[in-house]
Write a protein that binds this ligand. Structure first.
Ligand SMILES: [Zn+2]
Length: 208
């Protein structure tokens, strides 16, 4: 399956969207019902979405730092948001829980489901400091989260020694094509602060 990457920035937007539609060579916005819109939202509206995304992504990045400071695990954070409220804000708990599956996103999904007392999160969004790995992307898919916003590219984590399987989740797999969620990759400041996490914490944790 072909995948396209690119940027839409009619108003210098923070994010670009990744299209998984093979027939499109440029970036489009695909809404949940499958209709296609080319970056035509009102500039004011786009800006509001960008600011909102930046706010919650920053929170996920803060969690990534917090997790390392606490010695809980690797430098990854994730936040589940419903409407404009943070449901849970979590970080990687692999070391703390002695659990290789306790990635930030999985932890956030588990905690959000517990908190909301249900097994689907279709009215929620997830903000992740880094591009989700296949396991986390699977959990995002299974929990029916409606939207994913992530900060750093998987390469930023791979560059400091994390397993390169991370990049497999969103690229070149059938999984991605099946997922009915909106996926946003942060650009600009959002991407920068998310990628800085790795270099700034590198000396503070041990790779596992
Ligand atoms: Zn993961």
């Amino acid at each position: 399956m072909e995948e396209t990457n690119g940027t839409i920035s009619p108003v210098g937007s923070l994010t670009h969207r990744i299209s998984y539609l093979p027939s499109f060579s440029s970036i489009v916005i695909e809404t949940k019902d499958g209709t296609i819109a080319v970056a035509s939202a009102f500039p004011g509206q786009q800006e509001a979405v960008r600011d909102r995304d930046h706010k919650f992504l920053t929170r996920a990045v803060e969690e990534a730092y917090k997790g390392v400071e606490c010695g809980h695990g690797g430098p990854f954070g994730a936040v589940v948001v419903r409407d404009d409220e943070v449901v849970v804000s979590c970080h990687n708990m692999v070391l703390n829980n002695t659990d290789p599956s306790a990635h930030a996103e999985v932890t956030a999904i588990r905690e959000a489901c517990k908190k909301l007392n249900r097994i689907e999160l279709s009215d929620c969004e997830i903000y992740a400091s880094c591009e989700p790995c296949p396991m986390c992307f699977g959990a995002i898919h299974l929990s029916r989260l409606k939207r994913l916003v992530y900060g750093a590219n998987a390469e930023a984590a791979i560059a400091i020694g994390f397993d390169d399987f991370i990049a497999d989740a969103l690229r070149g797999t059938g999984f991605y094509q099946k997922a009915h969620l909106e996926i946003i990759k942060a650009d600009g400041t959002g991407a920068v602060i998310a990628e800085q996490v790795f270099e700034k914490t590198r000396e503070k944790f041990t790779l596992y």
